[in-house]
Design a protein around this ligand. Structure first.
Ligand code: X5A
Ligand code: ZN
Length: 647
């Protein structure tokens, strides 16, 4: 359905006119660097270009006071001295004669993006804007921000479209206190921010940036940090700051550009994929440009490049996640049922009362990341894209699929002798239909292993499902895959003679009981409730999968898999985050055309349909999950981010 890119070159006009080391990083080249790179990569050309309009004063009034809007309007006619004097009244702010115009364009860009998405003109989009917005408050500029672009967009989406649930995800390295203040008592806007905090030593040095700020009044539980599986938003707005990226002089964090592809892709499973990203911070031009490309590329539906590096969460990250979970638990049923095991807190960062003493602004901050190897930015991230994103190799000629034009219906088959050789050990593959299906699957798999095809769907007669999957796993491992993740739903057991060499990770959902048969062979019952399904996918499968870092993923819906279309779509959508999207889905031949169609579209980059609001997971679901996490957590460190039983 398309991706919008909202921009106006006038927004490069505002700039710092005097000496101010704190503000000088917020400069016009931020926009031009990002845009140039999008052009170079051919990404801009794939977007619907929208020229930003100015927000009206009435629209600014959705979140700002008339007096404050007047104050900013009047800066247009001030001289340099007066501008500097006025700027000094705010924290980390500079005004320029063009500020009012630029800031109205920035807010207007957000509004246009929301309009484009909510009228259905596009699926999602990015607004490239200056000045940024998330620190700006009802009557105050702050932290380079003049008008609160994302907050205005959220208020507009409520007012004009009557939305009741809007999720704002703020991945800027700074806490968007402006958005928090504006919506802290409003349960219709869920504000989720992650930010560098350093126990209060990182700008903007606010006590209310901590995990225990959870909103107030009606808005209790709608501020800060919580899992995205219960709110079921109608729209996702992203305060997309890239100062959390590697190399940034402000943030000094280590997120690689690829991280933003993964964040974007995870958010795309919400709100039917209606994601509006609006630029906030980001001051390292190279890192900013690459990260913006990763975001736009993912919005356009391209698979996310795999993450590299050790998949081991650090102690301090675990503590933060645990604090946020604990603070939110009273307000979210989905967090209460889980047996929350507190992460042992390291004594160095916590005083005996459990809370660190208040710290002064400007105090020592962790410099560990300051020496971040900029090599993280140098690694080649331009692997040649496969010529075919998704291919469908179904056998039943009578099923008519509704597919996007770029999804290929594969005709080819592997050579007959070769197919027979692979089939020979399996009785169930002796039948002609099974052999035909296997030939098509092998041909598709080879296309994926050769790098011509990114993802695909193949079908097999139900009676041959287990044998076909067995062949696919062996063929994958012997023809180029180093590590293969197999997610098998229904009655598809791990082949007993498959080597236990750590090159395959087998997850069977629908196992008779929860069992970690080995570190690489996990079996769990199919959860009964939607939310149990979500926890299983997000809280078990995904941490294992990210920890394993496969380069090929097989997902098989075998006999009795019991998945509805939307559940299968969600499963495929999150699995696409692994292996650069190299995912092969295996279906039973008599699956509905609808199921095959939805899987093909999701593997091709379309957003999965929303699962709808989910109730609480059943006690059995929770128990199975907690048990498995407890068993597996010693080996799979990514599971430490989730509550687990201490084994
Ligand atoms: C939008 C943004 C940061 C202000 C930092 C002031 N503002 N030290 O990233
Ligand atoms: Zn920032």
């Amino acid at each position: 359905m398309g991706t919008a890119l909202v921009y106006h070159e006038d927004m490069t006009a505002t700039r710092l006119l005097w000496d101010d080391p704190e503000c000088e990083i917020e400069r016009p080249e931020r926009l031009t660097a990002a845009l140039d790179r999008l052009r170079q990569r051919g990404l801009e050309q794939r977007c619907l270009r929208l020229s930003a309009r100015e927000a009206s004063e009435e629209e600014l009034g959705l979140v700002h006071s008339p007096e404050y809007v007047s104050l900013v309007r009047e800066t247009q006619v001030l001289g340099k001295e007066e501008l500097q004097a006025l700027s000094g009244q705010f924290d980390a702010i500079y005004f320029h004669p063009s500020t009012f115009h630029c800031a109205r364009l920035a807010a207007g860009a957000g509004l246009q993006l929301v309009d484009a998405v909510l009228t259905g003109a596009v699926q999602n989009g990015l607004a490239l804007v200056r000045p940024p917005g998330h620190h700006s408050q009802r009557a105050a500029a702050n932290g380079f921000c003049v008008f609160n672009n994302v907050a205005i967009a959220a208020a507009h989406a409520k007012q004009k479209y009557g939305l009741h649930r809007i999720l704002v995800v703020d991945w800027d390295v700074h806490h968007g206190q402006g958005i928090q203040y504006l919506f802290e008592d409003d349960p219709s806007v869920l504000y989720f921010s992650w930010h560098r905090y350093e126990h209060g030593r990182f700008w903007p040095f606010l006590r209310e940036s901590d995990a225990d700020a959870v909103g107030r009044g009606q808005g209790l539980g709608f501020t800060v940090n919580l899992p995205w599986n219960q709110f079921d938003p109608e729209l996702v707005l992203v305060s997309a700051g890239f100062d959390s990226a590697v190399g940034d002089p402000e943030g000094q964090m280590q997120a690689t550009p690829e991280c933003f592809a993964h964040l974007t892709q995870l958010l795309q499973v919400l709100a039917g994929g209606r994601v509006c990203a609006v630029l906030e911070g980001g001051y390292h031009l190279e890192s900013l440009a690459e990260s913006v490309c990763m975001t736009v590329q993912t919005l356009l539906g391209d698979p996310a490049p795999p993450l590299s590096g050790p998949m081991v969460p650090c102690q301090s990250a675990l503590e933060s996640i645990q604090s946020a979970r604990a603070a939110q638990a009273p307000h979210w049923k989905s967090l209460q049922l889980q047996d929350v095991t507190p992460v042992p807190l390291s004594p160095s960062t916590h005083s005996p009362e459990g809370r660190p003493p208040p710290l002064l602004p400007g105090g020592p901050v962790c410099k560990a990341a300051a020496s971040a190897p900029s090599s993280l930015l140098d690694q080649p991230r331009l692997c040649p894209a496969p010529s075919v994103r998704t291919a469908v190799a179904l056998t039943a000629p009578d099923i008519t699929l509704v597919l996007p034009p770029d999804v290929i219906q594969q005709e080819g088959s592997a050579l007959r002798e070769e197919t027979e050789a692979w089939a020979r050990p399996h009785e169930s593959l002796a039948r002609e239909e099974a052999l035909t299906a296997l030939g098509k699957l092998l041909y598709l798999l080879d296309g994926m292993l050769d790098g011509q095809v990114n993802s695909g769907i193949a079908a097999t007669p139900a009676s041959a499902a287990a044998a076909t999957l067995d062949v696919a796993v062996r063929r994958g491992l012997s023809h180029g895959a180093q590590r293969l993740l197999c997610v098998a739903l229904g009655q598809l057991d791990r082949p007993p003679d498959l080597a236990h060499d750590g090159r395959s990770l087998w997850l069977n959902i629908r196992g008779k009981e929860a069992a970690a048969l080995s570190m690489f062979h996990v079996s769990t019952p199919l959860p009964v409730m939607t939310s149990g399904f979500l926890s299983c996918i997000l809280g078990l499968m995904l941490p294992l999968a990210y920890g394993f870092q496969p380069d090929l993923v097989l997902v098989a819906l075998g006999p009795g898999h019991g998945l509805q279309g939307p559940q299968a779509a969600l499963l495929a959508a999150v699995l696409r985050g692994l292996a650069g999207g190299r995912v092969l889905a295996l279906l039973e031949e008599d699956s509905t055309a609808q199921l095959a169609g939805i899987l093909a579209r999701v593997l091709n980059g379309e957003a999965p349909p929303s699962l709808g609001p989910s109730s609480v997971a059943s006690p059995e679901d929770v128990q199975a999950l907690m048990y498995l996490r407890g068993q597996l957590e010693p080996q799979w460190k990514m599971l430490q981010c989730h509550p687990h039983l201490v084994a």
